[in-house]
Design a protein around this ligand. Structure first.
Ligand SMILES: NC(=O)c1ccc[n+]([C@@H]2O[C@H](COP(=O)([O-])OP(=O)(O)OC[C@H]3O[C@@H](n4cnc5c(N)ncnc54)[C@H](O)[C@@H]3O)[C@@H](O)[C@H]2O)c1
Ligand SMILES: N[C@@H](CCC=O)C(=O)O
Length: 515
């Protein structure tokens, strides 16, 4: 009997023994830095000359691993293997598939701090953010395994006298899973296990900046007993391998998480029929955000400032859910802005190997350059009150930046920056604040800080985002508690970690027998 689902608790690093365990995890990761990782197709290890070199964004000299890079030929081979393996995997009992996830979760739980330390090294996460990423990966496995057990017998439908009707779910086929680097473990693992526990086979193309954590996860799946060929690990260039597999006639569905532009490209290409294709490809696309915290005049203003700072600068603002805009009602505007500046100036930035550092680097040179461009745009569009400096000499460090008095239509209020940058705008009242909050093309997360019950109900109806929070920040959704996904250009609102998610990886079949 499976115990009820509960999310994985976060580690309290103020406890000495937890600190020491994390340091042991770091030592384990340091012992394998710089290793080579092969592609894995049907269980076979394939090494290529051309490698993706994964580096530590806090220290460009440190190589995390050298990962073989898939070509189109290897992608084709992986597709054939996944297609063939689907014939057997789809008939494997759902209970057996779920058990593999339970075992994989247990293995990761035992190696929790090693995985978090790897996220620290490969993605530049601070301890608490790395710990949350690993906990979320465990949660996805535990939650989706239970969801599959709930769905395995389908849903009840009516039968009339003399007939017996059944409504059941069957898997789709080969799924292409394309994951981002910012939740390099949780989203990569979550999207992969959702697809496979539903009975599909998977081609996993992780982000090129964080392929090592994905390689380590494949080892876990193998240890948990996943048959060869169910998940095939094929890191490579989005343009080369990604386009090829998105267009492939045997691709049955694509589960993408990443930027708006790449999501739109995939959505469009997937809608075109390739020669020999006999189905409409299904696309799950979870994309960017431009998320707002609204502060009302009747509100806990300390909570407002703390929520803005934590949601804007946690993991250097590199979350689709990050607060990149705050909209504050004019009565309390100056007070909240002043406190946001004070709190921001207290934040520490540096190599997060030191567990006391709040904020690490941004992911790479391209991100650093893009964010610094937005800092300059911000200077011209508002009043820069904190941060504004960057240093990419050793790693990609940017000071947490606050720009206030910005026009709601300014570029820094509309475009996803994906870095430690928050723009602040003033609203004359609560109605205008909600209007501003809704004025982007995105609709992912949002938060309202208010003590006014009517305003809570108004926002519940009118603030058009997939994940809306009251009196807290706008990041940190928990699997099974706050299913996650956004509206409009934030994607297809698949609600990862929610009760409807697995069904997106299956098709419903009705059978009706005359008795
Ligand atoms: N909505 C969500 O749940 C969610 C979660 C995490 C991140 N994000 C978004 O992801 C973005 C940051 O991640 P990123 O920089 O890795 O995004 P990205 O779009 O640059 O890359 C995502 C993945 O797509 C691949 N890719 C690139 N070009 C491709 C192509 N032509 N065909 C197929 N695959 C291709 C990349 O290699 C990577 O694996 C931000 O916009 C963020 O908001 C959204
Ligand atoms: N699910 C995460 C965000 C994932 C996107 O980056 C959160 O809720 O903060």
């Amino acid at each position: 009997m499976v115990v009820p689902y509960k999310h994985e608790p976060f580690t309290d690093f103020s406890v000495d023994s937890n600190k020491q365990d994390f340091e042991k995890g770091l030592a384990t990761v340091e012992s394998y830095l710089g290793k080579d990782y092969d592609l894995i197709v049907g269980g076979e290890r394939i090494s290529t000359e051309d490698k993706i070199v994964s580096i530590n964004p806090a220290n460009k000299e440190e190589v995390i691993g050298r990962v073989s890079k898939a070509t189109r030929e290897i992608a084709e081979k992986a597709m054939q293997v996944a297609d063939e393996t689907f014939n057997t995997w789809r008939k494997t009992k759902p209970e057996v598939r779920a058990d593999i996830l339970f075992r994989a979760a247990a293995i990761v739980r035992r190696r929790k701090h090693e995985f978090s330390a790897l996220l620290l090294k490969e993605a530049g996460k601070p301890w608490n953010e790395a710990d949350a990423d690993t906990a979320e990966a465990i949660d996805f496995m535990e939650y989706y395994a239970r969801q599959m057990l709930k769905l395995k017998d389908g849903q009840p439908v009516e039968s009339r006298q003399g007939e017996y009707n059944r409504y059941s779910y069957i898997p789709l086929g080969v799924g292409l899973v394309i994951s981002p680097w910012n939740f390099a473990f949780a989203i990569m693992a979550g999207t992969t296990v959702a697809a496979l526990v539903a009975g599909n086979t998977v081609l996993l193309k992780p982000a090129s900046t964080t392929p090592v954590v994905a390689a380590k996860f494949i080892e876990v799946l193998e240890e948990a007993g996943l048959p060869k060929g169910v998940v095939n690990y094929i890191p490579g260039s989005g343009a080369e391998v990604g386009d090829y597999l998105v267009d492939h006639p045997r691709t049955r569905f694509i589960s993408f998480t990443g930027s708006r532009d790449v999501g739109l490209r995939i959505y469009e290409r997937a809608s075109k029929l390739s020669e020999g294709q006999i189905w409409l490809k299904r696309v799950i696309a979870e994309m960017g955000g431009k998320d707002t915290i609204v502060v009302d005049k009747e509100a806990d203003l300390e909570l407002a400032a703390q929520s803005i700072v934590k949601s804007a600068f946690g993991f250097s603002g590199q979350k689709c859910s990050a607060c990149s805009r705050a909209v504050i009602v004019e009565d309390v505007y100056d007070q909240v802005v002043d406190r946001v500046i004070e709190l921001t100036k207290e934040l520490t930035v540096g190599d997060t190997t030191d567990g006391s550092i709040f904020m690490g680097p941004v992911i790479d040179q391209a991100a650093f350059d893009k964010i610094m461009e937005y800092v300059e745009i911000g200077r011209s569009e508002g009043r820069l009150l904190a941060g504004g400096e960057g240093d990419s000499s050793k790693g990609y460090f940017i000071q947490p930046t606050v720009v206030a008095d910005v026009d709601p239509k300014a570029r820094v209020m509309q475009e996803e920056i994906f870095g430690p940058f928050v723009a602040i705008a003033k609203a004359k009242d609560f109605n205008e604040a909600i209007e501003i909050a809704n004025n982007t093309e995105y609709g992912l997360t949002g938060a309202v800080i208010t003590n006014n019950r009517d305003h809570i109900e108004q926002a519940r109806e009118d603030f058009h985002v997939g994940n809306l929070y009251f009196n807290r920040g706008c990041t940190g959704a928990i699997v099974g508690y706050q299913p996650f996904g956004g509206f409009n250009m934030s994607g297809t609102d698949s609600k990862a970690g929610g009760p409807d998610y697995l069904v997106l990886h299956m098709q419903a079949k009705t059978t009706s027998e005359t008795l």
